[in-house]
Design a protein around this ligand. Sequence first.
Ligand code: MG
Length: 367
Amino acid sequence: MSNRVHLIHVSIPMIEPFRISSGEVKEKESILIVIERDGITAFGEASPMSGAFYSSETPQSTWDFLVERAIPALIEKKQFRPEFVSEMVETEMSEPFAWAGLEGALWDLMVQVENTTFMDTLGVYPHPIQSGLAVGIYPTIPELVDACKRYLIDGYKRLKIKIQPGWDIEPLKAVREAFGDIPLMVDANAAYTEDHFPVFDEIDKVGLMMIEQPLAKMNWEGLSKLQARISTPICIDESAHDEDAVKCCIDMQACRIVNIKIQRLCGICRAKRIHDLCMDRNIPTWMGTMPELGIASIHALYLALLPNCTYPTDVEASGRWFLEDVISPPIEVTDGLIHIPQEHHKRPNVNMAVIDRHTVRQTRIDY
Ligand SMILES: [Mg+2]
């Protein structure tokens, strides 16, 4: 029986470009990590955006790190369990997407070897998950309102719009006017500085669920000052990159909500730890997305079942962003809710035909 790690780089066209304050992408790229071991095949997904988008990692840097560093280390240590990644990232936090993808594959291997499920291992039960709609930055306000209209038909439980300096109060007011009293929030992706506080005074009057990451990720003091100044809760996202950072933000009252992202946190284990920490500190959480394809999105949905994930997740229907998805069936949203399909209850059910259609390169490392 051949044991090997198979890396597959896929690129799937997006239905519309994804635009935030730092740029735009038209293709969703992912590096799938496939561990073949003793007759079992396990899948993980590392999901960086192309270009420097949310972070400095790219599909190329993720690929290189997996090929040159992470997979050789795994093969050398022969520790084919999620703890391998937990231990490695204690000293080597670089390339969180690569680690998250590899850890996802090790989870998938573990649940198959132990004949258990992701949900049992996490101690959660399937129930409907509230899904929120995220809408990027558009060239004009009417285009933004049209996009919201197009997708709100699926009944999403809240609307999040992306903002940046010069694209904030006006579009926000237009959306409020068009859709009335719906649960609404904004995400600034760290695009503002303390000079912009008067903008947030205005945003504060719109009655939002939360303002996500208004300031730079390490500007905890600024976040704390802003939170003291406005009544809308601040949610950290980019700032929530590790456990110590989250603790400091909570201690400094720099946030009242935390967006948890598996990819940013190097995997499911660390994401779960942030969830537990926030629960202890009475800080509600929700599961964010980069957005990832189906394998990593299903992982996020498993964590969205945890008790402290009380706000809607950013995981949306597969068809919201992607021409097709690498899992079968794809994720669907009905009346704003995601019911994890039976086929994914044990582990994400992968669709190899879709993967084959969108593979741009691959490599196999035998061990
Ligand atoms: Mg965000």
